[in-house]
Design a protein around this ligand. Structure first.
Ligand code: GDP
Ligand code: MN
Length: 402
């Protein structure tokens, strides 16, 4: 699960990571009053930032041509205008895909005067099986590009999870960023706070791009997290009710949200052959075999081993709601799963929705005879597959000939 920049900043600031003062809002009027308040407290400039679960906002473009999901303003009236232009508008960035994301929340914060931009992240390094701290002087830009062109400019500091990030490692990273004097201690403390946030939240990624060296007045400089991204590990969410409450369903694929309500493991993909399968391994093999015969799966869907008739019916309705779907492949190997439950679920769903598309069914295993009878008795015009390969070939053909 991903959360918004403003939420990530709240979590980071609890661990003493400095973030610009600011607040979130959803109307231009509120944006203006946050701006007035920040100006009264001494802010010289303000940043208005679209809150969507995607990066690249600064260089993004709104559907109506308005440029940039991150805008700097000097006056509250200007904040009002920018907020009005962004709210309700669809922002397209290199991470959103062409459909973009509708902006319904803005972060209005004090915009510090930036002297230098760094990149900072904590994530799990699967190859080393450890957390790793990544830091680079090449902040603000695409880290993928830095990694491809100048990998030597990225410091990778592996962490022993049992000890956590050690102060000497944090100081080493701060020095590698070119920080000097008091800023080394300040930077090290900030890095410890970022690591702690990652650990305490069971996050899979914390990324601060840019971490900024900013003008702090009196010829001093300090470090501030100007952007923040936090991805949480779904498998650990059950132990963080406070983080679960940060979920923004408006940012998630609606069909996936609907599937989650029915306890179905559904992931939307961009092909046109929907699959309904029991078991994650069989579901992956089914997607592979569809590709093997030249088709493209529209989704991953594992109804699980103990699915009820209602869950199967819900699964069927969900795959039919995807407008890209041109054919359906049901591939069931009944072990714990009773094939007749699947058959009854499909018949129940089709009674409601009709069957506008070719449906290929391959059923095998536990109680398969009753399952076949249920399907035959329903009179549905389905195509049966005698094996997984046969079924996959038939659905690819049926879709191709449409
Ligand atoms: P992203 O494009 O979605 O990654 O959004 P960011 O929050 O990283 O903003 C993009 C760029 O805008 C940053 O790299 C900064 O250069 C600039 N920016 C963002 N916030 C501020 C701010 O408060 N002050 C200044 N001067 N620049 C900012
Ligand atoms: Mn950024």
């Amino acid at each position: 699960m991903n959360i918004h920049e403003y939420q990530a900043k709240q979590l980071l600031s609890r661990n003493a990571v400095a973030v610009p003062p600011g607040d979130v809002c959803d109307t231009p009027q509120e944006a203006k009053s946050i701006a007035e308040d920040l100006l009264a407290r001494g802010a010289l400039r303000l940043a208005v930032k679209a809150q969507i679960h995607a990066g690249g906002r600064g260089k993004g473009t709104f559907r109506d041509g308005f440029q940039g999901g991150v805008k700097l303003c000097a006056a509250a009236a200007d904040v009002y205008d920018k907020a009005k232009a962004m709210l309700g508008n669809v922002l397209v960035t290199r991470q959103t895909g062409p459909e973009g994301r509708r902006v319904s929340k803005l972060l209005v914060e004090a915009a510090p005067e930036i002297r230098k931009e760094f990149y900072l992240a904590v994530l799990l390094d699967r190859a080393r099986s450890r957390p790793v701290l990544m830091a680079s002087t090449q902040g603000g830009m695409d880290i993928e590009e830095v990694a491809a062109r100048t990998p030597e400019k990225i410091l990778r500091e592996p962490v022993d999870a049992a000890f956590g990030l050690m102060p000497y490692q944090a100081r080493k990273a701060a020095a590698a960023l070119g920080l000097k004097g008091d800023l080394i201690a300040q930077g090290a403390k900030l890095l410890m706070g970022v690591y702690r946030t990652w650990w305490d939240c069971d996050a899979s990624l914390v990324e601060i791009n840019p971490l900024c060296l900013v003008d702090a007045g009196d010829a001093k400089e300090s470090l501030v997290a100007v952007d923040a991204k936090l991805s949480l590990d779904d498998n650990a969410l059950f132990r963080h009710p406070d983080l679960q409450a940060m979920r923004d369903l408006g940012e998630e694929a609606p069909l996936e949200t609907e599937a989650a309500k029915h306890n179905l493991n559904y992931i939307k993909l961009d092909g046109n052959i929907a699959c309904l399968v029991n078991g994650a391994g069989l579901a992956m093999a089914t997607m592979d075999i569809i590709e093997h015969f030249g088709g493209r799966p529209a989704n991953f869907l594992d109804v699980g081993g103990g699915a009820t008739q209602d869950q199967v019916a819900a699964a069927f309705r969900i795959i039919l709601q995807d407008p890209h779907v041109k054919g359906i492949l049901v591939n069931i190997f009944g072990g714990i799963m009773d094939c007749n439950v699947i058959a009854a679920g499909i018949v129940a769903a089709v009674k409601q929705t009709g069957l506008p598309l070719p449906l290929v069914v391959r059923l095998e295993g536990n109680n398969v005879e009753s399952g076949r009878q249920t399907l035959a008795a329903s009179g549905l015009p389905l195509i049966t597959g005698s094996s997984m390969a046969d079924a996959a070939r038939k659905v690819v053909e049926a879709v191709g000939s449409k």
